[in-house]
Design a protein. Structure first.
Length: 382
């Protein structure tokens, strides 16, 4: 079976969206299926588009990039060219099935593309922010959901959000949890400007540096932690270094020698950081699943996380980690201090976290997705 993964950007290793896409491709390839990747990137109109250019990107058999334009005078023409390129890719590769992975940005593109492409498809929801969806967006996403053979979500929380907005999707909705083990990546890595002193214990954060992910609250909680205690510990932020305001904020707090930013793009490097940290912190204000927390648990590390979204479906308070109220700096600081001051308790949490994470397998997730495709009653090439 030839499966086309339609994704809204694949590349950054810290992104759970990238991990899921790559892990599914690995599992489907091992099951004997051919996997083709098509992903979109937002580009300026004068930048040469990448669609039609095939890149070597294991584990995909072929990889294409479509450079969707930003809004401008030439947007309609460029948009139509992108649709034509996607149609050409589907027909050239004789695709049997399409996996449409939603992360939230390019819904317009997929909604219009559905009018041109008639292959059966399933939708995998990675995240959803209901307040950002106007009436028009809900209408055309609803059309996509009605035409899909099935709708999968990474957590019960996310599935409930989808059903609340589109009740008719409940009949075809499934929750498919991702696996805990890392997927492989051969993408290059950008080394930090300063070497990270790994001989000193450190707390790890993996993800984007944004208000939604709780980055300001984490920095303030870490500042309070150091101010109130004589602790020889660092904080490592593993994520994109495209937000200069956070670098300025770190300097303002006087944490230049305690907070280290690392833009890691290789899964093995992130895996090493998780295995060497004392625990992982994920202070998100909203989270559909929080894959970084599950991966840290797989490495036997406890997690301090916000009590939001899908995190509560696998992280048990005082059993595999500590849950705090989203946005609460005091609770976050107290939870981190407890794991630092009580190493026996921390190690016990880590052992239970490891056992819990082993229940989440990529092989099981891939088997579910393939069964959804096979049970659609269609015949595929072998």
């Amino acid at each position: 079976m030839r499966i086309l993964l339609l994704a809204e950007d694949v590349g950054a290793a810290y992104s759970g969206y990238t991990v899921v896409s790559r892990a599914l491709a690995v599992g489907m390839k091992e099951a004997g299926h051919e996997v083709i990747l098509v992903h979109t990137r937002r580009v300026r109109l004068h930048v040469k588009r990448g669609a039609g250019r095939v890149a070597d990107a294991p584990p995909y058999h072929r990889s294409y990039e479509i450079g969707l334009p930003r809004v401008g005078l030439l947007y309609p023409l460029h948009f139509l060219l992108c649709l034509a390129e996607l149609t050409w890719i589907v027909r050239k590769n004789k695709v049997d099935w399409i996996h449409l992975h939603f992360h939230g940005r390019d819904r317009w593109f997929w909604g219009v593309a559905r009018l041109w492409i008639r292959q059966p498809y399933g939708i995998v929801w990675h995240s959803l922010h209901p307040p950002s969806l106007g009436r028009l967006r809900r209408w055309y996403i609803g059309g996509l959901l009605k035409g899909s053979s099935w709708v999968a979500s990474l957590s019960r929380h996310l599935a409930d959000e989808v059903r609340d907005l589109w009740p008719f999707a409940g009949a075809k909705s499934r929750v498919v949890y991702p696996g805990a083990e890392h997927s492989l990546s051969s993408v290059s890595v950008k080394r930090p400007d300063r070497p990270i002193p790994l001989d000193r214990p450190f707390i790890l954060y993996v993800g984007r540096l944004t208000h939604e992910k709780g980055t300001p609250h984490l920095l303030l909680a870490f500042y309070d932690l150091l101010r109130a205690n004589e602790i020889d510990i660092n904080l490592v932020l593993c994520g994109p270094l495209n937000r200069p305001e956070y670098a300025n904020f770190i300097r303002h707090l006087g944490l230049e020698n305690r907070v280290f930013c690392l833009e890691a793009r290789q899964r093995p490097e992130i895996s090493e950081l998780m295995s060497r940290c004392i625990f992982l912190v994920l202070p998100s204000r909203r989270e559909s699943f929080g894959l970084a927390a599950l991966e840290a648990m797989f490495h036997g590390k406890p997690v301090v996380a916000s009590r939001v979204g899908g995190i509560t479906e696998y992280l048990d308070h005082e059993q595999t980690g500590l849950l705090v109220s989203p946005g609460s700096i005091a609770e976050l600081c107290s939870a981190m201090r407890r794991l630092i001051d009580e190493p026996t308790f921390r190690e016990a949490l880590g052992r239970r976290a490891r056992r819990k994470a082993l229940r989440f397998s990529w092989s099981e997730a891939v088997a579910v997705y393939l069964s959804l495709c096979m049970n659609s009653g269609l015949e595929f090439r072998t």
